[in-house]
Ligand binder design. Structure first.
Ligand code: NVA
Length: 316
């Protein structure tokens, strides 16, 4: 990272897209996560409360936020969709202003990116995107931590994403671009990352020495890659399209033949939950190159770092 990069304070900031962080800040968060993972946790968030406002199911992200707050001495309050009725029982802007009077930050998992953005517009406290249809920045941070742990660097590595140009792919594309990785994505026609986002990622990659490659050929994308990544073909909220997507994504499974095309020491990643036999073969997700449970664990460490920076400020 450029030594002269000036860090804006992360304290009090929203995290709606991974591109809300600078490359240096991503590095700071990952370094802090590694310190927290390998050392102890001081109760730096004592007296702080995080609201978990979730419109969709969650295992890893919800548990990670909850355990992260507890390990740092704070408290997390889960609010189910039925309790809040975000935008239905109560307008988003009212929920944002009520929570701002009662908690110190909000982590929101919403169907629409616009909803998490609207929350952030009206809230006086920081809002963290805990997954929307647009992005999953917390996942990308956990993944960058995992890649850094396994490979010791980002610069010059190639990450190949096979599948839907969804929330996870988009945050990974932007994150990879910022840290100097080459990001290749293979998606069936019509399922790629929107062009505006590809352009944004290319712009970020130009500054970091990274690159963005979009193709419809999984083989072309996988050849020589250091990281093979996939995610479900139908994301939460797209359940009605599952059958059509199963047909459209035929040939886009990360199976042993694709793994064989990647670098011999490639790691295989998936944000989970996985559909074995669809986007990933059982023998691959259970195989020796799979690091999916490291990714799941690392979400806890990285979210501790994110919360520490956003709620307690720098110097943690
Ligand atoms: N793309 C998936 C990620 C789940 C963590 C979804 O949005 O359902």
């Amino acid at each position: 990272m450029p030594g002269e990069e000036r860090f804006r304070r992360l304290r009090g900031r929203d995290l709606l897209s991974i591109a809300d962080l600078s490359p240096g800040e991503i590095r700071q968060v990952v370094d802090a996560a590694l310190r927290l993972k390998n050392g102890g946790s001081a109760p730096i968030l004592a007296g702080k409360t995080l609201a978990l406002l979730f419109e969709k199911p969650s295992l890893r992200t919800r548990v990670s936020f909850d355990v992260a707050m507890r390990q740092l001495g704070g408290y997390a309050l889960y609010l189910s969709p039925a309790e809040v009725g975000l935008g239905e029982r109560e307008p988003v802007k009212d929920v944002a202003r009520v929570l701002s009077r009662q908690v110190d930050a909000v982590a929101a998992r919403t169907f629409k990116q616009e909803t998490v953005e609207e929350l952030a517009r009206w809230a006086d406290v920081p809002v963290i995107n805990a997954l929307s249809d647009g992005e999953h920045p917390c996942q990308a941070l956990a993944d960058l931590l995992t890649i850094y742990e396994k490979k010791g660097r980002w610069q010059g590595l190639t990450l190949c994403f096979v599948g839907d140009g969804n929330n996870v792919a988009r945050s990974l594309m932007l994150g990879s671009a910022m840290v100097g990785m080459t990001f290749r994505i293979a998606s069936p026609p019509g399922y790629g990352v929107p062009q505006a986002l590809v352009d944004k990622a290319r712009h970020l990659a130009a500054a970091s020495g990274g690159a963005i490659v979009c193709t419809d050929s999984p083989q072309e994308a996988a050849r020589g890659a250091d990281v093979l990544y996939t995610d479900v073909w139908a994301s939460m909220g797209q359940e009605g399209e599952r059958e059509k997507r199963r047909r459209d994504f035929a040939g886009y499974q990360v199976g042993p033949e694709l793994v064989a095309l990647a670098a011999p020491d490639a790691i295989v990643m998936h944000d989970l939950p996985a559909h074995r036999g669809e986007e990933i073969a059982d023998e691959v997700i259970e195989g020796p190159q799979s690091v999916v449970f490291d990714q799941a664990e690392n979400k806890l460490h990285v979210l501790k770092a994110v919360l520490a920076f956003i709620l307690a400020g720098e110097g943690v």
